[in-house]
Structures are given as C-alpha cells and as structure tokens.
Design a protein around this ligand. Sequence first.
Ligand code: ATP
Ligand code: MG
Length: 586
Amino acid sequence: MRNDATFLGQVIRVDSSQVEVELSNSIPSAAPIIKGRLYKIGQIGTFVKMPMGNITIYGIVAAVSNRPFTDDSDGQNRAASRFLSVQLIGEKVGDGVFEKGIGTYPTISDEVHLVIESDLFEIYGERDGGSIEIGKHSSSENLSVYIDTHNLVLRHCGILGSTGSGKSNTTVSILKAILDGYAGSRVILVDPHGEYATAFPDAKILRIGDENTPLYIPFWLMTFEELAYFLVGADQRDEQKVEYRMLREIVTNMKKENLDLKAGAVEINLVTADSPIPFSVRALWYRMNWLLNATFNISNKDDQVDDQARMTAPGDAESLAPASFEPYTMGKDAPYKSKHQEYFSYEKKMLSRLKDSRFDFLFNPGDYKTAASPKDLHNLLTDWIGSEKKLAILDLSGVPFEVLDITIGLITRFVYDSMFWGRNEPYTGKKRPLLLAFEEAHTYLGKNDKTSYSKAAVERVFKEGRKFGIGALVISQRPSEISETILAQIGTLIALRLTNSGDQAIVKSSAPDNLSSLMGLLPSLRIGEAVIAGEAIKIPSRVRLKLNNPRPTSEDPKLVDSWSKEHTVSDDNYKSVVTRIREQKL
Ligand SMILES: Nc1ncnc2c1ncn2[C@@H]1O[C@H](COP(=O)(O)OP(=O)(O)OP(=O)(O)O)[C@@H](O)[C@H]1O
Ligand SMILES: [Mg+2]
C-alpha cells in the first residue's frame, strides 16, 4: 500500500471530528500525477481518505503546517515533516454510497490517501431523477456536482455572498435546473429589484402597472391593524382613540355587506375587521368624508344621522368626489355643522394615500377591488402558483419602499395560508410543493426589525413550511443582518465570496456541517464559485457555477466603455426620466 501513488501519510492524532496527519517523507512529489491528472498535496479544501478495512473515512484538509498543530514535545525528530489538519466529514462502507457523519474513527498510524477524481465520481454518483446539476467541482471541470432537489427545496436554502459575487446568477442556475428538470415544479420568485425577467423569458412576470399581467396585492388581505397603519398611519397608541374604534366598526360593517363572495360562504356573525373579505376603501373614505362635512337638521351629535343630513349632491366615492351639503349657519338655526370631527386626520391621510398612484397596486387593485369586481382570491392564486408557466416572478421594483415589507409579508402569508388550507387537496399543498425565493432578503428580513411583517411571515415558512409543502430560498449579501431564526433553519448553504468579516462569522457559525475549514475559503473564492454544504449535497464541496445566458439585469454597467464616449444630452432627455418618476412606469 505504501507504494500506492495516492499514499500521503499517517494519522498521528484524533480529535472528535478533526485528525492530524503527518505527511510521509517518502512522497516523491508535492504534486503527483495520477491517472493523467495533477494533484496538489496539502491544498486547503481538498479531500483525503482513510481506508480502514471495509470502511473508508473521508475528510477535508483544513490547515497545513511544518510542525504539529498540537504539542510537539514527544521527542521525535520531525524536522523534515509536514502536517495536515483534516476535518472528518463522512464515510463509505464497502461498496455502499458515501454518507455524511462518522460512525468509526480512524486511529493512530492509520493510512491517509489522496482522494482522486474517480473517488469523487463515485461519491457524487450519476444524476438521478431526485437531483439537479448545480455546477462543476472546482478541482475538476469534468466532475458535475448534483444536489438533492427534495432537501434543497423543503429543508430550505440560502445563497449568501458579497455584492457582485454571483448570487443572482446562482439563483438563475438553480431555478433553471428545477424548471427544466421537473414538469410539475412551481416557484414564486420575489424580486424587489425587478432583475430576473430577462433571465426567464418564459416565466409569468407580474409587475405593477403592466398592461397584460399587472401585479395586485389587494389591501383587504391586510389585518385591521395593518390596514390602519398603512392607510391612516395609526399604530398601537391609537387603539384607545375613539376614531380608531369607529374605523374598525365601519370596516367590519363594510365587510359584512360584501358577503356575496365568489369563493366561500362566510357566516355574517363571524366576520371581523381582520377577515380577508373585499370592501371598497374608496367607500370607506367617502363615508368618513361624509360624516366630517355633513350638515344636519339637528345639532345634537347622537341625532346627527343620515336621514337628518342636508345633502345637496351625493358626490361619488369611486372618483373620490365628496358629497356636498348646505352650508351650516353660524347662528343657532339649522343646518348645523357636523359633530363627527374625530375623523379629521384619518380622512386627510386616507385621501392622500388613495390619490397616490404608487399605492394603486394595494388600494386600487383592479379586478380585485370589491366583492362586485370580477376576480377573487382564487384568481390571484391561479395567477401566482397555478400558472402553467411554473415560475411566477413577482417584480416588486415599483413598490414604494415604505410598503415593501408589508407587501412581501402579505404575499408570503397568503401563499402560506393557501398551502396550509390546501394541504389535503390533490393539486396543491403537500401534493404539489412550492418553492418561494426571496431575493435581497436583508432589506426586509432584518434581525433587528421588531415589527417586520415580512419577517414574521417568512420565519413561519422556515419553521413550519415543510409540513405543508412550502420550501424557501433566501438570497442575501448581508447575512449578518438577516433574522437568526431564518439562518438557523437553512438546510443547504450556498456561500459565495464573502469579504466582510462579520458576515463571514455568521455564515461560518450557521454552516450546516460544521465546516469551519471550508468556510475559511469564503474571502478567496472566485466570482461564481461557491462552497456548498448541508442537507442537499452529499459531500460539502467547492463548486463553480456557469454563467447563464440570458442573464438577470444585475450585470455591472460597462463603466469604462460608457465613460470613454462623449455624451450629448438635451433637455428632453431628462423629461422622459421625470415622466417615469411621476407616472411610475418603466
Ligand atoms: N458563474 C459566473 N461566472 C462568471 N461570471 C459571473 C458568474 N456569476 C456572476 N458573474 C458575473 O458577476 C457579476 C455579478 O453577478 P451577480 O449579479 O450574479 O452578483 P450578485 O451577487 O447577485 O450581486 P448583487 O449582490 O449586487 O445582486 C455579473 O456581471 C456576472 O457577469
Ligand atoms: Mg443579485
């Protein structure tokens, strides 16, 4: 065996998951050529194996030194020696398959061998129906790396790396492999910067203001507390105020008036202000405005009811035209001024929200506006997760920053609820799982954000989603800013180059296979190169991903090209920019 070309040396120390190896002085070269391939001995991140009879134990080189890593006082002369610190990762019994985890440990003087390409081919195996190809092994262009689709999706996955490290490209690679590999797959990609449409020409792209496939998130999916916050800026402190309680009452009543639903028959007594039942938010504003501006035959507040009003023209809720009334007199005679002045600030805030076209996707949601509108929530679900296109990209680039969090929260909560309540249906839930991918996750899943609606909803997917067939994929450049609950539940970690030390520390500590040595490579990875570890991959690996075509529009601008040319700009050029800012249309 010692003449074996792969022989490296012997085990001299064994720790719980770490062994120390003394390289043999008789190795002819530090870079042997075996079966026509050059191997470099002692490269960090490469694999070694320890055959022990029927069992072969595998490990990863974590560190190299010219002296022992631990105590060197055993009197032996090791002047010419080199040492490897090896992290144990898994074993193979007989001709069986490689499995992570160690059942039998090597002991002192066990032989250590180089892992050559043919060993790795054996470990990764052939692609079968349960896996997708993610890229090629960094050490070998010929070696495809497969990941297990089931675990990748349902045990959740994270793609983490500094800006420009290739996360979006990696996301495209994975989603493409899933969509091409499985005719019944389905994926929703939450795309805050609207960069993925170009990479997936066949996907269903829902975008705010789009003529054919507009994105709507009906406001009536919000709980009352959320609605009160986003519509009139009311928070918990307002709960004691009379106008807050009255707003709740009006909303509840309006929902009760809209029970002629297209899906489901709701018992009227069970309707609350939180029920996901459509109503007209314009009618709500109109009612508040009416109460505020009406004049009455009677001055006593309790008697200032509708049939005592001195209305001259009814106005129109839909076009936000207020009702008109006879002017009140300053003296003691009718008509009297309305005493319903509590709504003063709510009415103003609501009107400015409703007039702001940036919020139309929420508060003026086209076919989903009221119970009388042509569409209901099942149509929304069909659009998002029932489309034959398998991938729905929710392009949120037109969503104003202040409502991005609630928008993603509503999307996630609604999709989760549909999978929860649909868990026994043959066409959804557990019978047809779903992958929800969240790009730029640090912007809305921040760990310090106590009141984040999206974080609460996404955390629930991470904690419970698997049982109802929802898996999640988070993509972020600032892992240290992401909710710890989410990081802790990531089953498969795809870590690209990461330069910030705080981010590196977080990724290292949340790496599923306790692989501090491989994670040490993070700052020195190339663009498009990743360390992949966890549930979906047989052996933690350093992988090169290919650059996709067509690409997402996240590519760097061609700065030098652009700056090398002279540009002439007329006044009209920027007119079209300002037009877009005003009209919120690309
Ligand atoms: N596998 C790859 N091989 C070669 N080049 C790549 C690869 N992946 C990405 N690139 C290049 O790197 C650049 C950035 O890639 P990408 O947009 O995927 O990065 P990112 O991590 O998503 O960045 P950001 O955090 O800014 O969104 C692109 O210009 C792309 O051309
Ligand atoms: Mg990106």
